[in-house]
Design a binder for this molecule. Sequence first.
Ligand code: SF4
Ligand code: FES
Length: 262
Amino acid sequence: MSGKHINLTLKVWRQKGAKDQGSFVEYQAKNVSEHASFLEMLDAVNEEIVAKGEEPIAFDHDCREGICGTCGFVIDGEAHGKLKATTVCQLHMRNYNDGETLTIEPFRANSFPVIKDLMVDRSAFDRIISSGGYISQNTGNPQDANAILIPKADADEAMSSATCIGCGACVAACKNASAALFTSAKISHMALLPQGAVEKNERALRMVAAMDSEGFGACTTTGACEAACPKEIQLTNISRMNRQFLGAVLTQRPKHKDGGAG
Ligand code: SF4
Ligand code: FES
């Protein structure tokens, strides 16, 4: 494919596992097409590393279409790189200049331990979802369209919250390593719709408790999460989560050990 080609120096974090100390190792990315994605550029670097008989740089990826949330690392201090609202798999090399040096490292957060090189363990997110990020009633078979009327503003808001792909950039960008943006997006997208609203109090209590028990830091509303989010999830979700959580705490009824009607 025609187009501009550039040469880059990459300082890549290499770490064999969670217990390894890790360090930056320098690589040359030569003759990189401006049409290549960032991950394709790393694929080419890895081919050269493998040809030398060395271990390739490990990084997560799956769809490479900005959908699955699997990819993600920090480029020059920015989670998913410098392009706004873009996952690292959708970041293209036309955004870089010939001769640049790029520093590439994994998301840094205690709750996301490094598995290897640029890969981190984000299973803490899965545990937050398992704690309440679902609707436990059987909602039955698909109904005719518009059987349950939902105000357009609510549907739009729920859809916007549901676009969170669980990549973890919000945690990596936050100075407190808070997972508030992720958790609040997951709480919001269900609470805003009638099927999910029924359990919203219990869900907020459980998911916030799970988030805290995973060791994520507190939200101090600096907005770094919103700025780094490739899906432009908004801080308003955090306000909604806080309101719901507080409401749930205030209206919580004591649990009776013997069950019963209370
Ligand atoms: S809120 Fe944004 S940055 Fe955080 S996990 Fe969801 S998509 Fe990724
Ligand atoms: S690989 Fe799926 S979002 Fe990047």
